[in-house]
Write a protein that binds this ligand. Structure first.
Ligand code: SF4
Ligand code: SF4
Length: 109
């Protein structure tokens, strides 16, 4: 029967199913990733985010959960302009962080 709506799939995350080794490697190379407080300032000001699904904030959250594939989807349109670096309240060198993420995770594919 069509009720005009459907239930969304569960968004529950089972951390036992995900491998956080790569995130730990990233944190060793870029300890700043641990300083992120998910404020979203980077996403709100993102140049690419105006035109495509691009969000450093979401990418970091996915990486923390070991959901690498989803994380990379949120960085694909990034142009490495560095604008997010200027607004990050934690002073994270976001551009450098993004480059490290792409290097580590793309090499591991
Ligand atoms: S460096 Fe990438 S994530 Fe940061 S503002 Fe520029 S396009 Fe957006
Ligand atoms: S602006 Fe900085 S602290 Fe805020 S979500 Fe982006 S990277 Fe994290």
């Amino acid at each position: 029967m069509d009720f005009g709506y459907s239930l969304s799939p569960s968004s529950r995350i089972d951390l036992d199913l995900f491998d956080r080794n790569r995130f730990n490697t990233l944190a060793e190379i870029e300890p700043d990733v641990l300083k992120c407080m998910a404020c979203g300032s980077c996403t709100a000001t993102c140049t690419a985010g105006k035109y495509a699904k691009n969000s450093l904030r979401s990418a970091i959250l996915y990486l923390q959960n070991g959901q690498d594939k989803q994380a990379l989807e949120y960085l694909k349109p990034c142009m490495l302009c560095g604008k997010c670096f200027m607004v990050c309240p934690r002073g994270i060198n976001t551009r450098h962080l993004i480059l490290s993420i792409l290097k580590i995770y793309n090499n591991a594919k």
